[in-house]
Write a protein of this length. Sequence first.
Length: 158
Amino acid sequence: MRLLRHPRLFVLGIRRWYLAKIFGMDLHPTCSISLKARLDLDNPRGVHIGAFSYVAFEATILTHDMTRGLRADTYIGERCFIGGRSIILPGVRIGNGSIVGAGSVVTRDVPPGSIVAGNPARVIRSGIQTVRGGCLKGAGYLAISDPWLAAAEINRAS
């Protein structure tokens, strides 16, 4: 019923289902992928996105490199945020609770709980905590006591 009231959520859910079932990508049911995000369709089974992660507009997640003849799995952990127009190269693992800045080119693994940005992406801060969608814990509107967010965090923990 909620999806019928919010057509955008319905369309995003259909796209996630299509990518997971038709192409065989490993997408957690709670992840959110922008309609403009580009996921590699040349090696679709190599895309893995964890729970409560968000992939922003025009972000590109690659699982193959034709110049090196490489096909490798690319992993995005739980509660991660992939910024707009960023590029995740094949074989990269992004740790749980990490944030990738907009326009970044991620060439190496990202440790859990860190913020990376730049070309090539470098660790800017580590030891962070994120919540649903890769938002920093206690930042902005998430700092406000919201019953819906509290219920989502309780459901995630259980």
